[in-house]
Every structure is written in structure tokens, then in C-alpha cells.
Design a protein around this ligand. Structure first.
Ligand SMILES: *[C@@H]1O[C@H](CO)[C@@H](O)[C@H](O)[C@H]1NC(C)=O
Length: 381
């Protein structure tokens, strides 16, 4: 009987509903603060979280993208007309490519012994024996080949083994100035895997291969004039042509799939990627070397070495697709409703500590109950 009645009393105490007893404070000042805080919280959630950050949508940032580039234009370098095959490197039309603006060419290099720096005894050369620095710039420490440790006393220079004659990269060559008039066509297509939405840049551009991109009047055209890009990145064109540089082309796809998918369009912007190195003397600009190899009639290999100063372009594609989704909506609505209660905490602090009559409020709010002997009422039949 006792077990059964214990079970019954558990059951009745479990099947109850508890609600908080509230203390109503008829104070204008606290009331205004309470409502103000609630209003602030509501406007934060409605204005920022829902309207601005669109928290009711789910986002797909895993954008898949393909970029193919094509540069057009002719330039002149040292009386040679340069076409795409001469100045684009690498030639495959990738998203990262360089337009060569200046080339220092060293013809007919053979493997052999070249003169390096001045010396009078072998000892002066042997101390550099283990130096692995190669391809020294004219203003930097480093050699053109491997130091043999022998001082050729008849010439008065240390010998080095490598491709001879060594390159003289201090020569001044007038850069290909016409590169500012070249055009870059960027063929970009993207896909948002979560929503299976595919978009590509030629959408909507009226004549996608003939137009020239303009930020205001033709912002969808995927053909860019190099000079226009340089204007926007505030590059010094003369210096860029002489020393090379790096430019980022950013394509941003911000798609709100709750609207018409036709409104999902790319936005182009350009950045100066080499800006951090501008003040540095050593790593300023961008250059690289490549060689073309030939053989003489008797089978000896020789090469033509090119030191190319180039403007390197890097196309970067980013994007986010957003669409209404129930789960983030419910979570954020719940968060908003819970946060409205935050007003009470602030008002309690003011009420119980700062206001006149705080003690009186405290007595009303916290009822002190002395511990009594615990009683378990057992229903007797
Ligand atoms: C670029 O083209 C314009 C107009 O066609 C021409 O006036 C200008 O001289 C060209 N610039 C260079 C550096 O060739």
C-alpha cells in the first residue's frame, strides 16, 4: 500500500505545471528601460540578423569554378613584333598567367668555364667553394655557376662552371609599352553543388567577345583592357613594365536563389597583390627565367636564356549562394525570442541595486523561507 501511494504521489507531482510568479514593478523609469532594451534586441534581430545577414537562408560557399583566359594584342620589343605566343607564359590560358613586358636575352650559352669575380690567388676563390647561391642578380651576392676554386691568373678572375657567357641583366631595355592596350578575355563558369545552379560569365553581356569591360557602363563584359585594370589598382605603369608586378582579378558571385536566378551575376574587382613589397628593394616586381635549347651540327647543346619581367595576373573566383531554409530560420527565431528576455536581467540589476527603495524590491522579489521539517504526505485510505 505504501509503495503504491508513493508511486501515486510521484505521479501527481510529475503531472504538474510550474510557472513563475512575477513581481510587477510600477515604475516608469524601469518600464521604459525594459521596453527600450527589448526594442533594441528586436530591431537587432529583425534588421541585422534577418534582413541584413539573411539568417533565414542557408548558404553554399563551396563554389566550383573553371577559368580560361585569352589575351589579345600586339606589341613591340627591341624592334620585334610580339604576339601572344611571345609574351604569354604559360601559354595554356590558365587562371594564373603572365604578360611579359621586358625580356633580357642571352644568346648562345654553352656549358663551360666562365670568369666570375676578380682574384689574385686560388685562396680567394676556394673560400667560396661551398656557396650554393646561383643566378645572382647584379646587385646581390651569388654567382652564375659553380665556383671551381681556381683563380685564372692570366685574366685575374675566379673560374666558375656553368652556362657561358653569363647573363648581363644590368642592360636597359625599353619595355613593351603597348601591353596597356591588350585585352584579357576571362571565360568563367561556376556551379553551386548544393543547389545545382550553374552560371557563366557570358550570360547577359550583349556582345560578350567584342565589348570592353567598364565598371559603370559595361560591368558584365568579361573582356578587360589591361590599362583599365592598372588604373583601378593604381599601379605605376612605367615601373610595372620595367620591373613586373602582380595583379589579382577577383570574380565574386553573390547569388540569392530566393530571387530569379538571372540576377545571379558576377562582380569584378582588381587588387594589387604585390603592394606589401612595394617598399622593398630586393623583392620588388616579378621576373623569371626560361631557356630554349638547341644543338649545333656536331651535337653540342646550347641555349638562349631569357630573363623575363612580367605582369602576373591571378584570377580568383569566390561566391556564395543563399536560399531559404527552415532549420536556420527556426533556430534564429528561437534565439530572438530567448534574447528578448535579456531585458529583464538588465532591469533587475538596475532595480535591485541602483534605484531608490531597492531594499523594498528585494524583499518582494526574494521570499526568504526557513527550512521546515520535510513532510511526505502519505494518503491514507
Ligand atoms: C593604346 O591605344 C590608343 C588608342 O588606340 C593609342 O592612342 C595609344 O597610343 C595606345 N597606347 C600604347 C602604349 O600603344
Amino acid at each position: 500500500v505504501i509503495m503504491a501511494s508513493l508511486g501515486w504521489s510521484c505521479m501527481t507531482s510529475f503531472l504538474t505545471y510550474e510557472t513563475n510568479k512575477s513581481v510587477v514593478v510600477k515604475s516608469w523609469s524601469v518600464g521604459i528601460i525594459n521596453r527600450l532594451v527589448q526594442l533594441m534586441i528586436i530591431s537587432y534581430f529583425v534588421g541585422y540578423v534577418f534582413l541584413y545577414e539573411r539568417a533565414y537562408q542557408e548558404a553554399d560557399t563551396a563554389i566550383e569554378s573553371s577559368v580560361i583566359t585569352k589575351v589579345k594584342g600586339f606589341g613591340k620589343l627591341e624592334n620585334n613584333v610580339m604576339d601572344v605566343a611571345d609574351y604569354i607564359y604559360p601559354p595554356q590560358g590558365e587562371g594564373v598567367f603572365s604578360i611579359i613586358t621586358t625580356v633580357i636575352t642571352t644568346h648562345n650559352q654553352f656549358q663551360g668555364i666562365c670568369p666570375e669575380f676578380n682574384c689574385s690567388t686560388n685562396a680567394e676563390c676556394t673560400k667560396h667553394l661551398n656557396s650554393v647561391l646561383t643566378n645572382g642578380e647584379s646587385n646581390r651576392q651569388g654567382w652564375w655557376g659553380i665556383i671551381t676554386g681556381v683563380c685564372n691568373t692570366s685574366v685575374g678572375t675566379c673560374e666558375s662552371e656553368g652556362w657561358c657567357p653569363a647573363e648581363d641583366d644590368s642592360v636597359k631595355i625599353k619595355p613593351m609599352a603597348e601591353f596597356v592596350n591588350f585585352t584579357i578575355y576571362i571565360k568563367n563558369s561556376i556551379r553551386f553543388p548544393l543547389y545545382n545552379v550553374t552560371r557563366w560569365v557570358i550570360d547577359k553581356a550583349p556582345n560578350p567577345k567584342k565589348c570592353i569591360h567598364d565598371r559603370i557602363s559595361n560591368s558584365l563584359c568579361p573582356v578587360f583592357r589591361v590599362g583599365d585594370i592598372l588604373n583601378q589598382t593604381t599601379h605605376n605603369v612605367t615601373e610595372l613594365a620595367e620591373k613586373g608586378g602582380e595583379i589579382g582579378i577577383n570574380i565574386e558571385w553573390m547569388c540569392n536563389l530566393d530571387q530569379d536566378v538571372e540576377l545571379c551575376l558576377p562582380k569584378y574587382s582588381f587588387t594589387k597583390l604585390d603592394a606589401p613589397f612595394e617598399k622593398s628593394k630586393i623583392s620588388k616586381g616579378y621576373n623569371f627565367r626560361f631557356a630554349k635549347y638547341y644543338k649545333t651540327a656536331d651535337g653540342t647543346e646550347f641555349r638562349t636564356l631569357h630573363k623575363a619581367y612580367a605582369v602576373r595576373f591571378e584570377v580568383k573566383v569566390t561566391g556564395t549562394a543563399r536560399k531559404f531554409s527552415l532549420i536556420p530560420t527556426v533556430i534564429n527565431v528561437m534565439a530572438a525570442l530567448t534574447s528578448i528576455g535579456m531585458g529583464t536581467i538588465l532591469c533587475d540589476i538596475i532595480l535591485l541595486n541602483c534605484l531608490k527603495g531597492a531594499q523594498q524590491y528585494k524583499e518582494k522579489k526574494f521570499e526568504e523561507v526557513g527550512l521546515k521539517r520535510s513532510t511526505v504526505r502519505v494518503k491514507s485510505e
